[in-house]
Design a protein around this ligand. Structure first.
Ligand SMILES: *Cc1c(COP(=O)(O)O)cnc(C)c1O
Length: 390
């Protein structure tokens, strides 16, 4: 892997794919089976072992996994699903795909995760599920969320796109709610280019997810074409085409092998940022609660916009001029034109999300960053703060 020189732009994300992944993909391409097959199955087994869950189904994306979780539990027309406005559009999009009604509950200002007290205010007898998002990789208050959900008979379907490797009160994310959905998108902690995984302790739900993910047919295509298989299959449900391929799983198998090492590096970088930026009074650094292991998908800082000329946007632009790429997570759902039009949302509806959004900047945090890269980000941040101070 080539390292960028100091004068080059430091991107907000670079993947950690090496020769092992490349060779495995080539091996798959040279084989007779390139789509869902033995390597996807092996990847599911390795993932299951890592998480310590009963079932893991590999799919084409986290969005697909989230959609399947709703479909497998028959959540649809007229049902309500509570989630956070501080997320990527796909968390809410899949609720609409199922013709259910998204109900948003604002976040709390410490971890930027959905506020369980606000869930309790919004939950009704029509609430079929709660979809918490473990923002940046910090687990939500799952005990409280599950308690609120169980009182009303609602399911807990987790968007763990950021949270592979996260632990909540000694329980790994992926073993807590009714179903958990992970992302292997290019920027996520473990990548297969595009991909996702759904975990659940419920064997029946797992079987239904498996069937729905492959046209609603009764068995894996690759088993049909193997020597022991036959041409026969039955359509049991109106399914989707959401399966993973063996090309993707080839990458995943090796990402899984080095995953703990990758997570250690993320934690190291977070600790260096913590130490170097905690004394800067215009910055609020992210905090991890004592009873969790943070997955550090993002390192989201808040800048004190009233103390800096030009606010967050100017800060981001200046960082970019210094050669440091950043990102902003997230533009709250209710501020997007479609959701405003469809649901009549207005500015002010979810004040905590808006407040954090206006001040948030995600600093680069990924295993390929060198000590020099980390120092460079810190130096640029400190320099720009000094320059923009009012
Ligand atoms: C990335 C992301 C998703 C979507 O993941 P895909 O695998 O790209 O579908 C969903 N939710 C959140 C919070 C994300 O960051």
């Amino acid at each position: 892997m080539s390292r960028p020189k100091r004068s080059e732009f430091l991107p907000s994300f670079r993947h950690f794919i090496g020769e092992e992944e490349i060779n495995e993909v080539v091996d798959t391409l040279r084989s007779d089976w390139i789509t869902r097959g033995p390597k996807t199955q092996r990847f599911e087994e390795d993932f299951k072992e890592y998480i310590g869950c009963r079932n893991a189904i590999a799919v084409s994306s986290c969005t697909a996994a989230l959609h399947l979780s709703l479909a497998a539990y028959d959540i649809g027309d007229g049902d309500e699903v509570i989630t956070t406005p501080f997320t990527f559009t796909s968390t809410v999009g899949v609720i609409l795909q199922q013709r259910a009604r998204p109900v948003l509950a604002d976040i709390e200002g410490e971890t930027y995760n959905i506020d369980p007290a606000l869930i309790e205010e919004r939950i009704t007898d029509r609430t079929k599920a709660i979809m918490p998002v473990h923002y940046a990789g910090h687990p939500c208050e799952m005990d409280k969320i599950i308690r609120v959900a169980r009182k009303r008979g609602s399911l807990v379907l987790e968007d763990a796109a950021h949270a592979l490797g996260a632990v909540y009160k000694k329980k790994r994310v992926g073993t807590i709610g009714d179903a958990t959905c992970f992302s292997f998108y290019a920027t996520k902690n473990l990548t297969t280019g595009e991909g996702g995984m759904l975990t659940t302790e419920d064997d029946e739900v797992a079987e239904k997810v498996r069937i729905l993910s492959l046209h609603g047919i009764s068995r894996d295509a690759w088993k049909r074409y193997s020597i022991s298989g036959s041409w026969k299959y039955e359509v049991l449900l109106p399914g989707y085409k959401y399966n993973m391929t063996d090309i993707q799983a080839s990458i995943g198998l090796h990402q899984m092998k080095k995953f703990d090492r990758m997570q250690d590096r993320r934690r190291e970088i977070a600790a260096i940022y913590d130490e170097s930026l905690s004394h800067v009074k215009e910055i609020v650094i992210p905090k991890a609660k004592k009873n969790v292991i943070h997955a550090w998908h993002l390192y989201p800082i808040q800048i004190e916009t009233t103390a800096l000329r030009g606010g967050r946007d100017r800060f981001v632009k200046e960082l970019s001029k210094e050669g440091v790429g950043t990102s902003v997570h997230f533009i709250p759902i209710h501020l997007h034109p479609y959701y405003q039009k469809a649901f009549g949302f207005r500015i002010g509806d979810f004040p905590v999300s808006e407040h954090i959004f206006e001040r948030e900047v995600s600093l680069p945090i990924y295993p390929r960053m060198t000590e020099d890269d980390v120092r460079r980000v810190i130096e640029a941040v400190v320099k720009i703060i000094k320059r923009l101070r009012v």
